[in-house]
Design a protein around this ligand. Structure first.
Ligand code: ZN
Length: 499
C-alpha cells in the first residue's frame, strides 16, 4: 500500500503543509523572542500572508480527492496507512467545513475577547466579561456543530487537544484523583514542616543560564537541533528538526527558570524523538497535548525533583552559587525544590495542588457546556469550588474566575490535558522503576540515558499511532488511572510534610 502513488502524493502534500506550519511556528517564536517593537505591524502582515497560504494548502481540493480515493480502498490499507489517512481526513475537514464568514468572526472575537478579559481583570469587573464569554461559548458550540459534534460540544473541545478522550472518561478519572488528593493537601497545609520562602535569593542570571544549559544537555536535549532563549512566558515550539525553547530569569527565583527549562526540555525531547521521516503525517506527529505534558512533567517532576537528580547536580549548583547556598543545608534545599503550599493562582501552584486547579476548571467547563451553570453565576461557583478543593476563598475575581486567559479566546477543554499528563507521567515512572529499579542510582551518577532511550522506544517513535488510553495500556500494561499519581504524590510529599 505504501507504494501506492496516490498515498505517496498524499504524504508529500502533508509534509509540505507541515513545513508551512513550522515556518509559522518559527515566526511566532521570533515574535516572542526577538521582534523589535516597531516591526510588529509588518510581522502581523507576514503571518496573515502565511496563514492564507497554509489554509489554501490544507483545504486544497486535490487533498480531498485523494482522501476520497484512498478511503474507498480501505480494505487494502495497512494499519499505519489507515492511521495517516484518518488524521489527514480530520485535518482536511477542519480546514474545509467551517464557513469563511464563521472563521473570520471567530478570529475577530478571539482578539476582542482577549482585550475584554485583560480590561475586566484589571478592573476586577466580571460583569463586563459576561457577554464575551457567552459569545465564545456560542461560537465554539457552532464550530462543533459544523464538524459533526452537535450535542457533544465539550467532547469536541477535549478531542481537539487529546484525541480519543471524552468528558465522561475524564470525569471518572478526576473524581478518583480528587478523592485521594484533597486529604493529602489538607495534611500538607496543616503540617508543621514549612519550606523557607526566603531561602534562594540573588542568583546571578549568568550562573543560572550556565546551570540550566548543563542540566538540559545532560538530560539528553540535542542542542545541535534546538536552542533555548528568553521570553516573557516559557514555551517550546518548532519541530524535532529545529526545536525552539524559552525560559525566563529572576535572580530571586532560580528554581523557576530551572524547572521551567526542564519542563520545556521534556517537550523538546519528545519532539526530537518523533520519527523525522514521517513529519507531516500522524506517524511523525505527537499523540496529543496530554501525552506531551506527560513527557514534560516526567522530566520536570519525577526526575528533576528526585533525590538522585540532586545528588548529582547539587555540588555543581553550590559551585556556581557559593555565597547564595552557603547557609543552606542539603535538606533545606531539597525542601525548597519540593515546596508545596495551596495557592489561589494556578500558575503559581506546586506539583500537588496543581491538579486541584485543573479539576476545578474541568468541573466548571462541564457544567457550562451542559447548560447547568450560567456564565453570570460563574464567580459564585468558582469561589465555592476553590473553598472545597483548595481550602481557600478568592478575595476578588482577579484571584478567582478572571485569572486565566484561556476562556477569553474560546480555549475550552484545554486544561484537562495537564492533569491527564500528570497521571500518565506517574504511570510511566512507575513502569520505568519496575523495569529498572536502579534508575535513581543512575541519576545520582549523572546518567539519564536509560529513561530517555526507553521513552524514545515506547512513546516517541509511535507518533500518533495510538490514542492516549491505548498508549498508556501498551507501555505500562495498565489502564489510564490516577492511582500511580496518588501513590507517587503520597510517597514523595506525604513523607516530606508529615501531619
Ligand atoms: Zn507543558
Amino acid at each position: 500500500m505504501s507504494t501506492d502513488p496516490i498515498y505517496a502524493e498524499l504524504t508529500t502534500r502533508l509534509r509540505h503543509n507541515h513545513l508551512l506550519d513550522s515556518v509559522g511556528q518559527l515566526l511566532g517564536w521570533d515574535e516572542q523572542v526577538n521582534l523589535p517593537a516597531g516591526s510588529a505591524g509588518f510581522r502581523a502582515e507576514q503571518q496573515a500572508a502565511l496563514a492564507k497560504t497554509q489554509h489554501e494548502a490544507a483545504s486544497h481540493p486535490r487533498l480531498g480527492a485523494m482522501l476520497g480515493e484512498l478511503e474507498t480502498q480501505a480494505g487494502r490499507l495497512g494499519p499505519d496507512e489507515a492511521t495517516v489517512i484518518r488524521q489527514a481526513r480530520k485535518d482536511y475537514d477542519r480546514a474545509t467545513r467551517l464557513p469563511e464568514e464563521f472563521v473570520r468572526e471567530r478570529a475577530l472575537q478571539s482578539s476582542r475577547g482577549y482585550h475584554a478579559w485583560a480590561k475586566a481583570r484589571a478592573e476586577n469587573n466580571f460583569a463586563a466579561f459576561v457577554p464575551v464569554l457567552e459569545k465564545n461559548l456560542e461560537l465554539v458550540k457552532r464550530e462543533a456543530g459544523y464538524l459533526g459534534w452537535a450535542g457533544r460540544e465539550y467532547d469536541y473541545m477535549i478531542d481537539l487537544h487529546d484525541p480519543g478522550m471524552s468528558a465522561a472518561v475524564i470525569a471518572g478519572l478526576f473524581a478518583e484523583l480528587r478523592a485521594g488528593l484533597v486529604p493529602l493537601v489538607r495534611q500538607i497545609a496543616a503540617s508543621p514542616v514549612r519550606p523557607r520562602a526566603d531561602l534562594l535569593r540573588g542568583f546571578p542570571v549568568e550562573g543560572q543560564r550556565a546551570f540550566l544549559r548543563e542540566v538540559t544537555e545532560k538530560l539528553g536535549f540535542d542542542y545541535g537541533r534546538g536552542r533555548i532563549d528568553v521570553s516573557l512566558h516559557p514555551f517550546c515550539s518548532g519541530t524535532g528538526a529545529d526545536i525552539r525553547m524559552t525560559t525566563r530569569f529572576n535572580p530571586d527565583e532560580p528554581l523557576d527558570s530551572l524547572f521551567s527549562s526542564i519542563h520545556e526540555t521534556g517537550h523538546g525531547l519528545y519532539e526530537q524523538g518523533l520519527p523525522a521521516v514521517h513529519y507531516g503525517t500522524a506517524l511523525g506527529m505527537n499523540a496529543g497535548m496530554g501525552v506531551h505534558e506527560s513527557q514534560s512533567r516526567l522530566w520536570e517532576n519525577q526526575v528533576g525533583r528526585s533525590r538522585g537528580f540532586w545528588k548529582f547536580f547539587e555540588p555543581r549548583f553550590r559551585e556556581l552559587f557559593p555565597q547564595q547556598t552557603a547557609g543552606v543545608s542539603a535538606e533545606e534545599l531539597y525542601l525548597a525544590i519540593n515546596a508545596v503550599a495551596p495557592t489561589l493562582i494556578r500558575v503559581d501552584a506546586d506539583e500537588v495542588t496543581y491538579n486541584l486547579h485543573i479539576i476545578l476548571r474541568f468541573e466548571i467547563e462541564q457544567r457550562l457546556f451542559a447548560g447547568t451553570l450560567a456564565v453570570r453565576d460563574l464567580p459564585a461557583a468558582w469561589n465555592a469550588a476553590a473553598r472545597e478543593l483548595l481550602g481557600l476563598t478568592p478575595d476578588s475575581d482577579r484571584t478567582g474566575v478572571l485569572q486565566d486567559v484561556h476562556w477569553s479566546y474560546g480555549a475550552f477543554g484545554y486544561f484537562p490535558s495537564y492533569c491527564l499528563g500528570n497521571m500518565m507521567a506517574a504511570q510511566l515512572w512507575h513502569r520505568a522503576l519496575a523495569l529498572r529499579p536502579e534508575l535513581e542510582a543512575d541519576f545520582a551518577r549523572g546518567d539519564f540515558s536509560w529513561l530517555l532511550d526507553w521513552l524514545r522506544r515506547e512513546v516517541h517513535v509511535a507518533g500518533r499511532r495510538h490514542e492516549m488510553p491505548e498508549l498508556v495500556r501498551r507501555v505500562t500494561g495498565e489502564a489510564l488511572s490516577p492511582q500511580a499519581l496518588l501513590r507517587y504524590l503520597h510517597g514523595r510529599y506525604g513523607v516530606l510534610y508529615p501531619a
